[in-house]
Write a protein that binds this ligand. Structure first.
Ligand code: NAD
Ligand code: DAU
Length: 357
């Protein structure tokens, strides 16, 4: 077996953002061994990583971060020097219907990983190449009014079970730094979009419904604002922070591309009509205002000047470019979308790994 310079555990690598991060690490660092650990929940899809499978520095391990013994055993087997932790239950609406899974995976699962890292690296391991990099969200800061931006010092004020579970895990990760000297970095990012996002999230759901000529459900009046970032730009920021970030620090990442939901859905309709629409019905006519999400945060917007000024990161994609290429991707990858919506991608996993999971 090849001698690798580093052994890096990436959790949640079969999900949306995780698959983009895994691809960057596997392709750009052949000298690193990358282990993708994922439970393959409804959101985990190995089809996202077809092009990476078979590369000599890539391994997939199916495991559940809430299973303490399993996680300990995997750490003992591989002796990772670092962790990039993305595995999570990630959808706000699901957290409103069933909060407990969010507490288990996002909080207890994170604690299991922290404990295994601590046991493996020892206390006070802040020098050297050990790193526990925790990927988090801007939703921990709560909701903004019409003005202002979230900075790294904005007090936490999470509102949904999802954001409360992520806030909790952020606090625990920081506590392991202060108490045990575990080398950590946290980044809090705004809304991502791009290829391979599960079609429960706003943008892929809308593209899916546009293709089916189904209603486009906009919560409330569509006035809530999100700050959108192309997933490849988030993955590039994660790569940069992993290599150049300062241990113990938190970094905000955002696209500075604020849109209210109605504006965004109308933009999607325009792009779709330019690219594909052939039934004569103007897509905007499919917009339907539906009951609002309980506790719906009004506005998120990120001040990402810290990562920009200290490390030179900035998004490479404008929202207009990113949206066009994303809509094109979903139109050209009809099979991916159909497999995901029919659950067919689980069969791909069974075929690849010969299990009746
Ligand atoms: P996703 O739902 O697409 O993927 C999550 C992945 O985690 C899936 O592959 C799933 O199988 C895996 N997973 C879930 N529970 C697990 C468990 N118990 N054990 C092992 N694996 C498990 O999520 P995403 O949108 O790619 O988000 C990834 C991370 O980035 C999350 O931590 C999320 O909080 C954070 N984040 C997401 C966004 C966004 O806009 N999507 C923005 C900021 C931060
Ligand atoms: O801000 C980062 C967060 O962004 C991540 O931490 C989460 O994992 C990710 O899911 C996302 O959360 P949101 O709740 O902002 O994303 P979602 O795509 O679910 O919704 C975006 C906005 O669109 C939100 O204001 C709710 C609204 N919406 C959503 C759906 C699914 C609708 O109006 N209609 C819909 O059908």
């Amino acid at each position: 077996m090849a001698d690798f310079e580093r052994k890096i555990l990436i959790t949640g690598g079969a999900g949306f953002i995780g698959s983009h991060v895994v691809r960057i690490f596997v392709d750009q660092y052949p000298q690193y061994q990358i282990v993708n650990l994922d439970k393959l929940t409804y959101a985990g899809n190995l089809e996202n990583l077809k092009d990476v499978e078979g590369k000599p520095n890539y391994t997939f391990v199916k495991a559940d971060i809430t299973d303490e013994e399993q996680i300990e055993a995997i750490f003992n087997d591989y002796k990772f020097d670092s962790v990039v932790h993305l595995a999570a239950e990630s959808h706000v609406d699901r957290s409103i219907h069933s909060p407990k899974e969010f507490i288990m995976t996002n909080i207890v699962g994170t604690v299991n990983l922290l404990n295994s890292a601590r046991a493996s690296w020892g206390d006070g391991a802040t020098e050297g190449k050990n790193l526990f990099y925790h990927i988090s969200t801007d939703e921990v800061y709560g909701s903004l009014g019409a003005e202002g931006l979230f900075t790294e010092t904005t007090p936490y004020d999470p509102h949904s079970p999802y954001s409360a579970s992520k806030a909790s895990s952020d606090h625990i990760v920081r506590a392991y730094f202060h108490t045990y000297g575990l080398p950590i970095i946290i980044s809090n990012c705004s809304n991502n979009y791009g290829p391979n996002q599960f079609p429960e999230k706003l943008i892929p759901l809308m593209v899916h419904n546009l293709k089916q000529r189904k209603a486009l459900p906009v919560y409330g009046k569509g006035e809530n604002v999100r700050d959108w970032l192309y997933v490849g730009d988030h993955a590039a920021a994660i790569d940069l922070l992993f290599h150049k970030g300062t241990v113990g620090e938190t970094y905000n990442i955002g696209g500075s591309e604020e849109r209210n939901n109605l504006e965004l859905v109308k933009q999607l309709c325009r792009i779709y009509d330019e690219l594909q629409n052939d039934d004569g019905l103007k897509s905007e006519e499919l917009i339907e205002f539906v009951q609002d999400r309980p506790g719906h945060d009004f506005r998120y917007a990120i001040d990402s000047s810290k990562i920009q000024n200290e490390l030179g990161w900035k998004p490479a994609h404008t929202f207009e470019q990113g949206m066009k290429s994303t809509v094109k991707w979903y139109l050209e990858n009809e099979e991916w979308l159909n497999n995901v919506t029919s659950g067919e991608y689980k069969k791909y996993y069974e075929l690849q790994y010969n299990t009746g999971n």
